[in-house]
Design a binder for this molecule. Structure first.
Ligand SMILES: Cc1ncc(COP(=O)(O)O)c(C=O)c1O
Length: 439
């Protein structure tokens, strides 16, 4: 069977894809169950990256499927502007209860990108509402990824995602990234060195004055840019500096949320609570698009001070709190809780870590990084090119029945949290074999 349907295949423009290369040699998925996809030739493909870091409970879980089916037949759509529905309130309450500290208020959107842009807008508006309207500057980090909206790419720090799009948002600065192969190569979990890189925020504050800075946004562990766990002490230091200077701290937990690191959120794992958290992906197990901002009491309350009849946040989406997404989120959170999947990820993480680091010394490997159920294997690029080795591993692995992810020169692994030890072995054995095969 070949699942390429008849018709003009140029009609579909795939995102973040070399479209001509893809059409010459497609990788097609036709179904999924548990840890496995099926490709168009009927081959089983072990999911080594939870789809795209999102299918944390494994594929086509009946509980989620049934919740979605029931909801689509009962309440296919409900407007979220000046209207509500019970699933939206229930989903928000469930997400807020999972979030640490005083992150008690949930604003729904449809993706991690929308969550990133929403968080920046909420932070700017918050500063103005509390009488600090000169605070308009936004601080991101080199190598950060916060999706593809204009806000997200402006504070993001991946040059390939920025360079085609002009001047982006003005008034944005970047902290330095935290990858330091010289001091931290082959770290297990959080690297020892680099907490002092958070002090760069003090330098930016000195340059612009805190009265001009609204917010800082970082991923507690950068995923899309090649798996960079924050160095030990770094996030705590950022928190302290933000608190000292009245800067809103935003954690982008689109990847790290919902168990990926062996805790509900990185904020919980590291004991550092931001003012706003952006989430998406695992919130619905990838089944239905959904993102959210989880916002602190202090920020939420600042929006509740005006006349009660005034719209407090002039922002939102047609599909905010879509009933089907809310139903999927509730069912997903039920599965996470009942199967103790976050704890399971934590318990498996040292086995996973050992399997990843067993590839140290293999051809082309210059670093291996890991945290929870995420690992990145960074390869030496071929002279004069980048990414071709990592792409080749990704492509060959797929054709041998293992789905990986590659980003730059890093092969990334982040399986569903239901992964078994023999499947972890298979993922890393496949990578090891391919590292020896390719030039
Ligand atoms: C940390 C982070 N933020 C934001 C996003 C964007 O999410 P989406 O693709 O749902 O817009 C991603 C996607 O990978 C991400 O990893």
């Amino acid at each position: 069977m070949n699942a390429f349907p008849p018709g003009n295949h140029d009609a579909l423009w795939l995102p973040f894809t070399a479209n001509r290369q893809f059409r010459a040699s497609p990788r097609m998925l036709v179904s999924a169950h548990g840890m496995y996809y099926k490709d168009d030739k009927g081959n089983s493909v072990l999911d080594g990256c939870a789809g795209l870091w999102c299918v944390n409970a494994g594929h086509t879980r009946p509980r989620i499927v049934e919740a979605v089916q029931k909801t689509v037949a009962t309440l296919d759509f409900a407007p979220a502007f000046q209207m509500g529905h019970p699933l939206a309130f229930e989903a928000a309450d469930r997400v807020a209860r999972l979030a640490p500290g005083n992150l008690n208020h949930v604003f729904f959107c449809n993706s991690g990108s929308e969550a990133g842009d929403s968080a920046l807008k909420i932070a700017l508006a918050y500063q103005r509402l509390r009488g600090e309207g000169t605070r308009t500057r936004l601080i991101g980090r080199e190598r950060g990824y916060h999706g593809v909206g204009f806000g997200g790419i402006s504070v993001g720090g991946i040059s390939g995602n920025r360079k085609l799009y002009g001047s982006l948002l003005t008034g944005v600065d970047h902290l330095p990234h935290t990858l330091d192969l010289r001091r931290n190569a082959f770290s297990r979990g959080q690297p020892e060195h680099g907490a002092e890189l958070a002090d760069e925020l003090e330098r930016i504050v000195t340059l612009h004055d805190a009265s001009n800075i609204a917010a800082v946004i970082v991923e507690p562990m950068s995923g899309s840019t090649g798996v960079l766990p924050a160095p030990k002490g770094y996030l705590k230091r950022l928190r302290e500096i933000c608190t000292k200077h009245g800067i809103v701290l935003i954690f982008d937990e689109v990847i790290t949320g919902f168990g990926r690191l062996g805790a509900s959120f990185a904020a919980e794992k590291y004991g550092v609570v931001p003012d706003i958290m952006t989430v998406a992906k695992g919130i619905t197990n990838g089944t239905v698009p959904m993102g959210a901002n989880i916002v602190s009491d202090k920020i939420f309350e600042a929006f509740m001070q005006g006349p009660p009849e005034a719209i407090d946040l002039p922002h939102g989406y047609t599909y905010t709190a879509h009933p089907i997404a809310c139903a999927a989120a509730i069912a997903t959170l039920d599965i996470y809780a009942e199967e103790h999947l976050f704890e399971r990820a934590g318990a498996l993480s040292s086995y996973f870590e050992n399997a990843a680091h067993a590839l140290r010394g293999y051809p082309h490997v210059v670093d291996i990084r890991n945290e929870g159920l995420v690992a990145g294997i960074e390869l030496e690029p071929r002279p004069g090119t980048s990414t071709t080795r990592a792409y080749e591993i990704f492509d060959r692995a797929f054709r041998q029945g293992v789905l990986l992810r590659y980003t730059g020169d890093t092969v990334a692994i982040s399986p569903p949290l239901i992964v078994e030890k023999n499947e972890i072995d298979r993922i890393f054995e496949t990578i090891g074999r391919l590292l020896k095969e390719i030039d």
